[in-house]
Design a protein. Structure first.
Length: 244
């Protein structure tokens, strides 16, 4: 188990689903932190759906590559992303099919390096909070083990109220605090009734939680645009330390 460093902001970034903007929000937060002169470091402990040999050819082919770039990190990819699995499946399934055993000791050692000399540490999960890493460990278990408060990224669409409430309840039942919930715009088209009312509904349903909005960014590779979106969405509040 790692011990939080005094004055360090540490966040486990989870989602209510896959493909709802976790990496975009993480990169935006990293870019904004760097704008503010903070040292930021991130990791994606396990990434599936990546053909490792293609990453170097395409530059930013994976979420971990994008995180590393947003942080301006010089850490090796073996630290930023200790495990890479080819099939786009939950880590437990992808690892089993690839005959890979995920070693928590390897993940612990990587986190120690990621946290060193960083003001802000972001650890991005995969999919939702209960996605299994192996038969006995989910991302919720990993975030609890590492004492990481959660940043819950939720796609602003029909069904998000249920998804957020389930995620928050699972986290808090496990004793893992939710630092904030970020509701992400999924497109730049005209909003539906559900999309127009989800934010207000969440603030009503979860009055003691920080609920933020993140706009649609049509250039997710533009770090300056992401930093502007993070500032405009009020994500600066996440860049100050909190008790785990």
């Amino acid at each position: 188990m790692t011990r939080p460093t005094s004055g360090q902001t540490r966040l486990g970034v989870t989602g209510t689903d896959t493909g709802i903007g976790k990496t975009v929000v993480s990169c935006a937060l990293a870019a904004r932190a760097r704008q503010l002169g903070l040292r930021v470091s991130a990791m994606k402990p396990i990434e599936s759906g990546v053909v490792e040999r293609s990453v170097s050819d395409s530059g930013l082919a994976s979420d971990a590559d994008r995180l590393r770039a947003a942080c301006g990190s010089t850490l090796p990819m073996s630290v930023v992303r200790p495990y890479v699995l080819e099939e786009p499946l939950a880590p437990m399934i992808a690892a089993a099919r690839a005959d890979v055993r995920i070693d928590i000791g390897v993940l612990d050692a990587a986190l120690v390096q990621v946290e060193r000399d960083a003001d802000v540490v972001l650890v991005e999960g995969a999919g939702g909070l209960l996605v299994p890493i192996d038969l006995h460990l989910s991302y919720l278990d990993l975030f609890a083990l590492w004492r990481l408060p959660l940043l819950v990224v939720a796609g602003n669409k029909l069904g998000v109220l249920n998804h957020v409430l389930l995620t928050v309840r699972a986290a808090e039942t496990a004793g893992v605090p939710v630092r904030a919930i970020v509701l992400t715009s999924q497109s730049d088209r005209e909003t539906s009734v559900a999309e127009a009312t989800n934010f207000e509904a969440l603030t009503t349903l979860l009055p003691h939680h920080t609920i933020l909005r993140f706009p649609w960014v049509d250039r997710p590779g533009d770090l300056d645009a992401l930093a502007v979106a993070a500032k405009g969405g009020g994500l600066d509040v996440l860049l100050s330390p909190s008790s785990p």
